[in-house]
Design a protein around this ligand. Structure first.
Ligand code: NAD
Ligand code: 0WE
Length: 255
């Protein structure tokens, strides 16, 4: 019997089959979870719908996490269709591309606000809106990156947003523990096929990581997915407020 048998949950941030959220979805499904998906907009929907359906999902909803109204509408619909849920995956991040290139000190006020809003505040808003459907407790997992705690070249304003996301994970965990809601984050190592691969010398960095990380390689989407299964399942029933490194050990040696 699967570790997630009888559990239902929602995944924010599947855009295509290369993404971390998709590795997580696959692993959750393999363990018997029933999945719902949200997508950013119509352009993304075209790719997400067939993927979601291939995992037997029929709850596929539009949600721009910049909008509290859209987030509320998602959980209204979830309540209508499912009544309650057991887990949520937050796999959403966005910063202005220029802010991942120019010197960090030149980050604009609006660029800072955008990165913070989409990449960090959205976890708080989603958690708050989910409270009515997390009736019997639950588990929430967000995706973060080492740039939250180290100054990684070019990660810039995203690092600041991830620091806020990690702190939010701890504050939410502290508050919601009494309702048996656990909140954790997975700090994933850099993954080869990503939107950010266009960013300065990323390929070269990945190669160096392959040589220096303890496992002498990068992690895969499915390995991050297996960590998510652990944190979302009853295996981690005593774990909350944790930043879990699924990164082939890269955080301990640097790369
Ligand atoms: P990705 O760019 O595909 O993921 C970002 C997702 O956020 C996309 O699905 C996009 O549609 C969605 N999104 C952006 N703005 C949105 C909005 N306003 N409303 C709703 N959705 C919105 O790339 P990914 O690499 O799979 O990243 C997923 C998560 O993992 C992110 O939080 C990222 O920071 C984190 N992460 C990625 C890596 C990596 O190397 N790829 C490493 C560590 C952590
Ligand atoms: O969190 C991320 C990237 C998230 C991201 C990616 C983009 C590209 C497209 C946020 N906003 C945007 N905006 C866009 O317009 N990662 C952990 C992957 C990543 O991004 C980097 C990295 C790594 C690793 C950027 C610079 C240096 C390293």
């Amino acid at each position: 019997m699967g570790l997630m048998e009888g559990k239902r949950g929602l995944i924010f941030g599947v855009a295509n089959d290369k993404r971390i959220a998709w590795g997580i979805a696959r692993q959750l499904r393999e363990q018997g979870a029933t999945l719902g998906f949200t997508y950013l907009n119509g352009a993304v929907e075209k790719r997400v719908r067939p993927l979601a359906e291939s995992l037997g999902s029929d709850l596929i909803l539009s949600c721009d996490v910049a909008s509290d109204e859209e987030i509320a509408a998602v959980f209204k619909e979830v309540e209508k269709q499912w009544g309650k849920i057991d887990f949520i995956v937050h796999s959403v991040a966005f910063a202005d591309r220029d802010d991942l290139k120019r010197p960090f000190s030149q980050t604009s006020r609006t660029g800072f606000q955008l990165a913070m809003d989409i990449s960090a505040y959205s976890l708080i808003s989603i958690t708050n809106a989910a409270m009515p459907v997390l009736k019997e407790g639950g588990s929430i997992v967000a995706l973060t990156y080492l740039g939250a705690i180290r100054a990684i070249p070019n990660y810039n304003v995203m690092g600041v947003a991830k620091a806020a996301l990690e702190a939010s994970t701890r504050y939410l965990a502290a508050e919601l523990g009494e309702k048996n809601i656990r909140v954790n984050a997975i700090s994933a190592g850099p993954i080869k096929t990503l939107a950010a691969s266009g960013i300065g010398q990323f390929k070269e960095k990945l190669k160096i990581m392959d040589e220096r990380a303890p496992l002498r390689r990068t992690v895969t989407q499915d390995e991050v997915g297996k960590s998510a299964v652990y944190l979302l399942s009853d295996l981690a029933s005593g774990v909350t407020g944790e930043i879990h490194y699924a990164d082939a050990g890269y955080n301990i040696t640097g790369a």
